[in-house]
Design a protein around this ligand. Structure first.
Ligand SMILES: Nc1ncnc2c1ncn2[C@@H]1O[C@H](COP(=O)(O)OP(=O)(O)O)[C@@H](O)[C@H]1O
Ligand SMILES: CCCC(=O)OP(=O)(O)O
Length: 354
């Protein structure tokens, strides 16, 4: 079966084509802050990102003929994990009442648009960032008006957890893990026997700052800024997610470029990147509490995990907690293809989003 996989991220669009589980094409198109800043809203990037997909297929001589198109899932209502067929309720929730803004909202929409042009082709998403398995104690904050929610790299974290379990000759369901995805956003989750009982909101103001997110902020200062009259609501949202973190301090989300400028003597870049690493380490240590400190392993993944500069400094701060294993990049594309194939073959239950 032929499967097209589309993964729109905050700093990239990843595209893959599979014949069953055999990858025929795999490409990762990076987006600069300037390139995306011409689009007022994420949904305005629909045509741009869809055309990138079509262009890559054409450039690589891949015929536009698929049994399924699967996209990274969007930020819908909290759901259980698994594979979902894209339906009208999902499209409505993504377009008209989008609960959160993120490029992944385009995954299901582009999948649906392309699949609808092909007879018999189905559109799916799997393990979206709103998969919610939180322990009840992790939901309560100091204000009943603002319960805690989680938005995280559920798809990749679960794929990496299963990868590690396979290597250890055991099952994800038998392990206690802390997993940290170091991407455009940074998520840290505690996985207890196959469920993420603790995970931050990597998109909106919870956890470490990241290449393009502010992470946890001082609440009083944030309220003052909201009422300062200096920013519109949308501008302030961008200061939390988009033009925040490394992008706000250093004008780029490109970590290899930041490391090159540190090597050339840029002291500001060094301090900011070291601070991001410090904040990630602090969140990982705090997350260990969810597992009562009994951690089989800490797994580091995501694009930034390619960097020895970052990983070695992170290890220095957290190696007292548990053994650390590094899985650079992501296994989201394989995981999406696996879910679509399982759905097509009737080997995985297809969940209905309502
Ligand atoms: N070789 C590398 N070394 C360090 N950082 C990298 C490397 N490759 C990519 N990155 C960084 O990884 C981040 C993107 O990670 P990725 O997991 O692809 O995220 P996303 O899906 O959020 O776009 C960017 O900040 C990018 O600069
Ligand atoms: C939306 C889920 C988590 C996230 O922050 O993803 P990116 O790192 O791809 O922006």
């Amino acid at each position: 079966m032929k499967i097209l996989v589309i993964n729109p991220g905050s700093t990239s669009t990843k595209i893959a084509v599979y014949e069953d589980m055999l990858p025929l094409l795999m490409c990762n198109i990076q987006h600069s802050v300037e390139e995306l800043s011409v689009f007022p809203q994420v949904l305005d990037e629909f045509e741009f990102r869809k055309n990138l997909v079509l262009r890559e297929l054409e450039t690589n001589g891949i015929p536009f003929a698929f049994d399924a198109v699967v996209g990274r899932g969007g930020l819908l209502k909290p759901v259980s994990g698994g594979v979902y067929e894209v339906n009208e309720a999902m499209i409505q929730d993504t377009t008209t009442h989008a609960m959160h803004t993120h490029a992944c909202n385009l995954g299901g929409l582009i999948a649906h648009n392309l699949a609808s042009q092909l007879p018999g082709c189905r559109a799916f998403i799997a393990d979206p960032g709103v998969v919610d398995e939180l322990d009840d104690v992790a939901r309560i904050t100091g204000s009943p008006l603002m319960p805690r929610i989680t938005i995280w790299h559920a798809l990749n974290q679960k794929a990496i957890a299963r990868h590690y379990a396979r290597e250890q000759g055991t099952r994800y369901e038998d392990l206690d893990l802390i997993i940290c995805h170091l991407g455009g956003g940074i998520s840290v989750a505690a996985h207890h026997h196959g469920k993420a009982i603790e995970a931050n909101n990597a998109l909106n103001g919870d956890g470490p700052f990241s290449p393009e997110r502010a992470g946890t902020l001082p609440a009083g200062a944030l309220i003052d800024l909201c009422f300062s009259g200096k920013f519109t609501r949308d501008e302030l949202k961008k200061r939390i997610s988009g033009h925040a973190g490394l992008a706000a301090h250093l004008g780029t989300t490109n970590v290899p470029a930041i490391i090159r400028s540190i090597e050339e003597g840029d002291k500001k870049a060094e301090l900011v990147l070291d601070s991001m690493i410090y904040n990630v380490a602090k969140t990982i240590a705090a997350t260990s509490v969810a597992l009562y400190g009994k951690i089989d392993a800490i797994l580091l993944t995501g694009g930034i995990a390619y960097s020895d500069y970052v990983v070695s400094r992170l290890k220095k701060r957290i190696s007292f907690l548990a053994p650390i294993h590094v899985y650079p990049g992501e296994e989201e594309m394989d995981s999406l293809a696996f879910n679509a194939l399982g759905a097509l073959k009737g080997e995985l239950p297809i969940q209905i989003y309502t």
